[in-house]
Design a protein around this ligand. Structure first.
Ligand SMILES: Nc1ncnc2c1ncn2[C@@H]1O[C@H](COP(=O)(O)OP(=O)(O)OP(=O)(O)O)[C@@H](O)[C@H]1O
Length: 963
C-alpha cells in the first residue's frame, strides 16, 4: 500500500470512527426509546463547547474537564431529555410523530441556546482530547460497539430494553421499569454524542450550526443498519469514511467534475440520500401528530392586528426597516409549510432547499448566468425561478407518496442536506453572487411595499389551496390517509400537488429573501434553517396562515432585537412542549383560561390524544349475541367459497319495487306516511335515535341466540313501519345482476396466508354478510376489495370490470365505498365537510348528495357544523356512513358498522341499510353481531382461517354456527 493510500485510509478510519460512534448512539437511543434522536448532533456540539469552555476559557486541565463533560454533563443531558421531554410524551401514548417533533425541538433549542451562550461565530481552538491517530479512536469505537452489543444480547437489562421498545405498556405490565431503561438509553446515547463532539471539534469548525449538521449527516449509518445492528453500523461507517477519504484523490475533468468531486467529498451525504430514499424505510407508522396540525381557531380581530403590524414598518427607517424587509419574505416561505405540513399533513424538513433554489435561480437568471436562458429583469427572474423550482417539489413529493412519519422526515431532511451540499456549496453559488432588487423598488420602503403585494398574492394562493374542494381533500388526507383514499381522494397525486405548490411558494419567499439581502447567501438556506422553520410553523399552528406570519415576525424580530439564537431557543422550547398542549399554544391558552373560569362547560374539541382515544370504537354491547371467538366447525354449504347461485345469494321476498331510502326514514321516525322523496322524508326522520323517537329495540337474545332473536327483531321493525319496509320491502330478485364478484382471492402478509381462494358474489340490492371469528381474514378481504391491499392471486370484478389492480381512490370513484372497523373520519373537518369530501370525490359528484346524506343519518341541524373531533362514536359511525353514501356508490362495504353503537342506534342503522339495499345498492357487511346479521342479510358467508367455509341464507347458516 502506497504511503498516500495508507495515510488516506487512516484519515478515513478516523472520520469513520466518529460516524460509527454516532451510529452506535443513535441506535442505542432508538432501541431503548423508539426515538430517532434528531438532537444527537446538537448534544455533540453542546458537549464540545462545554469542554472548550472548561479548558480554554476557565483554564481547567484537559482530562478532568473531559471527564466532567463526558461522564457527567452528556449523560445528564440525556437523562434530563428523557425525564422532562420524552417520558411525558411516552406516558401520553408514545406517538412517534410527536416525539419526532419534540426531538427536532430539542435540536433547535440546543442550537439556539449555544448561539446565545457562545455566539454564532466558529471557534478553531477546541481542545484535542486524543491525537489524530485513528487507531485510538477506532479502538474506542470497537470496544464500545462490542460492549453495547453484549449488553443488549446477553444481559437482563438488554432483554428489558428490547421488551420496552417492542411494547412499552406491555413491558411495564410485565414488571419492567421502562423509565429506568429509557433513561439509561438516553444517557448512553448522549454520552456517545458527547464523545463524538469532543473528538470531532478540533478537526472541523466548531459552531452552533455546522457541527450538529455534520453529525446528523451520518445518520445514514444508523438507517443502513435498520436502526438495529451495531456491527453493520460500524462497518458502514468505517467503509464510507475510508471511501470518502480515498475519493479526495480523484480530480475528474469536464463539466461534471466539480459535482463528482463534491459527491466524493460528501460520501456520507450520498449515503444519507441512498439510505433515506432507496433503502427500506424505518418508523413509518405515523404522519404528523394531530396536535401539530389541529385546526387553530383565529382569535377575533387577529387579522386586523396583523394587517396593522405588517403596515407598521412603512413608518420605520434605517436598520429597523432593513430588518423588517425579511419578514414578508420569510412569511411566504413559511406559508409553503402551511400548505405542505399544516393542511397536507406531510413532514417537510427540506423546505429551506426550495427557498434557496428560488433565491439562487433568481440571482443566476438576473445575472444572465442561468444555462440556456437570457438575462432577465429581477421580477421576471423571480417569476421564472418560481416556475423552475415548482416541479423540483417532486424531489420530496415523490418520496412522500410511500413514506410517512420518520421515513418522510429522513427523506426530506436528506434532500435538504443534498441540495445544500451539492448545489449551494458549488463555486457558482458561493462566488459572491449578488442579487439586485427590481427597478423602482431599490429602497427598503419601496421594496417592502412590493413584498407586501407579493405576500398578499401568496396568501390568496394559500387560501385557494386551503379552502374548497382541494383544501378539504388535503385536510382529509392529513387527518386519515386511508379514510381519504376510501372517500375517493387521489392521495398520491394530491401529495405531489402539495409539495409542488409548497416548492413554488418557498421559491418565491426565498427569492424575496435574497433580494432583501441583495445577495444569494447559502447560509440563509442551510438545512438547520429548514428544521427551525418546520418547528416554528408546527408550534405556532401549522394549519394557520396567521400562525405562519406570526412565526416569521417572531423569528426575524427576536434575532434582530436580541442576541442571535433567542428565536431558535424559544421555538425549540415550544416544540418540546407541543405534545403537552393539544392544539398548540393558542389552544393551551384558551384551555388554561377556561380552567380559570368558575363554571366552564365547554368541551375541548381539538383533536389530540384524548380525542383520538374517543374515536376508537367502544366495545359492542355484550348483551347482543356475538360471533364466538374461537372458530366453530361449520358444514360448508353448497357452493361455499364461490359466488353464484346456490352459494352466492338468496333471494329476498319479491314485491319490493316501491321501497326506498325515503321509506326507511319513515320507519326511523314516527311511522307516518313517507313524504314524496328522500329529501323531504329524510329532513324530518332519520337514522338518529332522537329523544322520544319510536325505534324498534332488538329483543334480548333468547336461548338459541341469533336464530330466535332475529325473527322477533325483524317483525318489530316491520310493524313500526306499518309493515312496509324490512326484509319484505328491501327484497331483491334472484335475477338481480352481480355488482361485485370476487374470484379465488389469495392474500399474504409476508409468509402468512390471510386469504386462501375466497370467492363470492354480491348482487344489486342484496345485503351479504361475512361472519367469522377474530383473525378469520374478514378485514383483509375488505382491504383487497377496497384496494388498500394488493392480493397475491385472484380477481375482483366490479360490474364485470376487473379492478384488482386499481388503487383505492379509483375504486371509490367507480362505485365502491367502504367504512372501517376502526373509525376513519376526519376529526378537524366538520360533520358536513366530512360528508362533502365523500360527495366531491365519489362516483357521482352531486352537490345535493351532502344534504340528503346528512338528513338521512340525522346529522343535519346544529350537528353539521361541529368538528368531528369530540363527537360520540355512534355519531361518528353515522358520519362515516353518510360520507360513504354521499358519493352514490354501487357497493357499500361496511366493516363492523354496529361496533360501538347502542341497541337503538343499531336498529335505526339497520333500517337505513335495508332501505339502501331496496334502492339498489349492494351491501357487503362484516359483522360480529349475529342479531343484526340475521335481521339484515340475504346471504351469509362464514369465514374461518382465510377461507369461506359456509354460505347461504341467514337462518340456515346461523343455525349451523350456533349461538
Ligand atoms: N398487517 C398485517 N401483517 C401481518 N398479519 C396480519 C396483518 N393484518 C392482519 N394480519 C393477520 O391476518 C389474519 C387475518 O386478519 P384480519 O384482520 O383480516 O381478520 P378479521 O377476520 O378481520 O379479524 P377481526 O374480526 O379481529 O377484525 C390474522 O391472523 C391477522 O393476525
Amino acid at each position: 500500500m502506497s504511503s498516500l493510500t495508507y495515510d488516506l485510509t487512516l484519515a478515513g478510519l478516523s472520520v469513520g470512527s466518529a460516524a460509527a460512534l454516532t451510529g452506535i448512539g443513535l441506535i442505542v437511543t432508538y432501541r431503548a426509546t423508539g426515538v430517532l434522536n434528531f438532537a444527537h448532533g446538537a448534544i455533540a456540539m453542546v458537549c464540545a463547547y462545554a469542554l472548550r469552555q472548561c479548558v480554554v476559557e476557565w483554564g481547567w486541565p484537559l482530562w478532568p474537564a473531559a471527564a466532567l463533560t463526558l461522564v457527567f454533563l452528556a449523560p445528564a443531558i440525556g437523562v434530563a431529555l428523557e425525564r422532562f421531554v420524552f417520558r411525558p410524551l411516552a406516558v401520553l401514548g408514545g406517538d412517534p410523530a410527536q416525539t419526532l417533533v419534540a426531538s427536532i425541538g430539542v435540536f433547535v433549542l440546543l442550537v439556539g441556546g449555544a448561539a446565545l451562550l457562545w455566539g454564532q461565530g466558529a471557534r478553531d481552538d477546541a481542545p484535542e482530547l486524543v491525537s489524530a491517530d485513528p487507531w485510538g479512536q477506532l479502538a474506542v469505537v470497537l470496544v464500545l460497539a462490542a460492549g453495547v452489543g453484549a449488553v443488549i444480547r446477553w444481559t437482563r437489562f438488554g432483554r428489558e430494553l428490547r421488551a420496552v421498545v417492542d411494547d412499552r405498556r406491555l413491558a411495564v405490565l410485565g414488571g419492567i421499569d421502562a423509565d429506568r431503561v429509557a433513561a439509561a438509553g438516553w444517557a448512553f446515547g448522549a454520552f456517545t454524542a458527547g464523545l463524538t463532539g469532543v473528538l470531532l471539534a478540533p478537526y472541523v469548525r466548531l459552531d452552533p450550526y455546522g457541527l450538529p449538521l455534520l453529525v446528523m449527516e451520518v445518520v445514514a449509518v444508523a438507517v443502513a443498519a435498520r436502526m438495529r445492528s451495531l456491527p453493520v453500523a460500524v462497518l458502514v461507517a468505517l467503509g464510507v469514511g475510508v471511501a470518502q477519504s480515498q475519493l479526495t484523490r480523484l480530480h475528474p475533468a469536464g463539466w461534471g467534475g466539480p459535482l463528482l468531486q463534491t459527491a466524493g467529498a460528501n460520501l456520507f451525504v450520498v449515503a444519507l440520500l441512498v439510505a433515506a430514499l432507496a433503502l427500506p424505510r424505518v418508523g413509518t407508522r405515523d404522519a404528523l401528530p394531530r396536535t401539530a396540525t389541529a385546526r387553530v381557531p383565529t382569535p377575533p380581530g387577529a387579522w386586523i392586528v396583523a394587517v396593522v403590524l405588517f403596515l407598521l414598518p412603512l413608518g420605520f427607517a434605517g436598520s429597523d426597516l432593513h430588518t423588517s424587509v425579511q419578514v414578508p419574505a420569510l412569511g411566504v416561505v413559511l406559508l409553503s409549510l402551511v400548505v405542505v405540513t399544516g393542511r397536507g399533513g406531510q413532514i417537510s424538513l427540506g423546505q429551506a432547499a426550495y427557498a434557496g433554489l428560488g433565491a439562487l435561480f433568481t440571482a443566476l437568471l438576473a445575472a444572465g448566468r442561468f444555462p440556456g436562458l437570457p438575462r432577465l429583469p429581477e421580477l421576471a427572474a423571480l417569476a421564472v425561478s418560481v416556475v423552475l423550482v415548482a416541479p423540483l417539489g417532486l424531489l420530496t413529493g415523490w418520496p412522500a407518496i410511500s413514506r410517512r412519519g420518520l421515513a418522510l422526515a429522513l427523506a426530506t431532511f436528506a434532500v435538504g442536506v443534498g441540495v445544500s451540499r451539492f448545489v449551494f456549496a458549488q463555486p457558482y453559488a458561493t462566488s459572491d453572487l449578488g442579487l439586485g432588487r427590481p427597478a423602482g423598488f431599490d429602497g427598503d420602503r419601496a421594496y417592502y411595499v412590493l413584498e407586501l403585494v407579493l405576500l398578499f398574492a401568496a396568501l390568496l394562493a394559500t387560501r385557494a389551496l386551503r379552502s374548497g374542494r382541494t383544501g378539504r381533500a388535503l385536510a382529509a388526507m392529513r387527518d386519515h390517509e386511508a379514510g381519504a383514499s376510501a372517500a375517493g381522494v387521489p392521495v398520491p397525486s394530491l401529495k405531489l400537488q402539495a409539495f409542488v405548490a409548497g416548492a413554488a411558494l418557498a421559491a418565491l419567499g426565498g427569492g424575496m429573501l435574497g433580494m432583501g439581502l441583495r445577495a444569494f447567501d447559502p447560509g440563509a438556506y442551510d438545512p438547520v434553517r429548514g428544521l427551525l422553520w418546520f418547528a416554528a410553523v408546527v408550534v405556532l399552528g401549522a394549519d394557520s396562515t396567521l400562525g405562519a406570519l406570526a412565526a416569521a415576525a417572531l423569528l426575524v424580530g427576536l434575532d434582530a432585537g436580541a442576541r442571535g439564537g433567542v428565536a431558535a431557543a424559544l421555538i425549540g422550547v415550544l416544540a418540546v412542549l407541543i405534545g403537552r398542549f393539544p392544539g398548540g399554544p393558542y389552544e393551551a391558552w384558551r384551555t388554561a383560561t377556561q380552567r380559570l373560569r368558575p363554571h366552564h362547560t365547554t368541551q375541548l374539541t381539538q383533536p389530540g390524544t384524548a380525542v383520538r382515544a374517543r374515536l376508537r370504537p367502544a366495545p359492542t354491547p355484550t348483551s347482543r349475541s356475538r360471533m364466538p371467538l374461537a372458530p366453530t366447525p361449520t358444514t360448508p354449504g353448497p357452493g361455499a367459497g364461490q359466488g353464484g347461485p346456490g352459494g352466492g345469494h338468496t333471494a329476498r321476498a319479491e314485491g319490493d319495487a316501491g321501497a326506498s331510502v325515503a321509506d326507511a326514514a319513515s320507519v326511523a321516525g314516527d311511522g307516518t306516511a313517507p313524504a314524496a322523496g328522500a329529501d323531504a322524508a329524510g329532513a324530518t326522520k332519520s337514522l338518529a335515535a332522537r329523544p322520544g323517537e319510536r325505534v324498534a329495540a332488538p329483543q334480548p337474545a333468547a336461548p338459541g341466540g341469533a336464530r330466535t332473536a332475529s325473527p322477533q327483531g325483524r317483525s318489530t321493525v316491520g310493524s313500526v313501519g306499518g309493515g312496509g319496509v324490512g326484509r319484505s320491502l328491501a327484497g331483491v330478485r334472484r335475477s338481480a345482476p352481480v355488482v361485485l364478484a370476487v374470484r379465488g382471492l389469495q392474500a399474504r402478509y409476508g409468509g402468512f396466508t390471510a386469504l386462501d381462494g375466497v370467492g363470492l358474489d354480491v348482487h344489486r340490492g342484496q345485503v351479504a354478510a361475512v361472519i367469522g371469528p377474530n383473525g378469520a381474514g374478514k378485514s383483509t378481504l375488505f382491504d383487497c376489495l377496497a384496494g388498500t391491499l394488493r392480493p397475491a392471486r385472484g380477481q375482483v370484478l366490479l360490474a364485470d370490470r376487473d379492478i384488482t389492480r386499481l388503487p383505492a381512490h379509483t375504486r371509490t370513484r367507480l362505485g365502491i365505498a367502504r367504512t372501517f372497523q376502526q373509525l376513519a373520519v376526519f376529526p378537524s373537518l366538520t360533520v358536513a365537510e366530512n360528508v362533502r369530501v365523500g360527495a366531491e370525490q365519489g362516483r357521482v359528484a352531486d352537490p345535493g348528495a351532502v344534504d340528503r346524506a346528512l338528513r338521512l343519518f340525522g346529522l343535519d341541524g346544529p350537528l353539521r357544523t361541529l368538528p368531528a373531533a369530540g363527537l360520540p362514536t355512534g355519531t361518528l359511525r353515522r358520519v362515516e356512513l353518510a360520507r360513504a353514501l354521499a358519493g352514490s356508490p354501487r357497493v357499500l362495504l361496511l366493516d363492523e358498522p354496529a361496533a360501538g353503537l347502542d341497541s337503538a342506534e343499531v336498529a335505526a342503522m339497520a333500517r337505513v341499510l335495508k332501505a339502501l339495499a331496496a334502492d339498489g345498492t349492494a351491501l357487503l357487511v362484516v359483522e360480529h353481531d349475529l342479531d343484526l346479521v340475521a335481521d339484515l342479510a340475504d346471504v351469509v358467508h362464514v369465514m374461518t382461517a382465510g377461507r369461506i367455509v359456509a354460505s347461504g341464507p341467514p337462518d340456515r347458516v346461523l343455525d349451523e354456527v350456533g349461538p
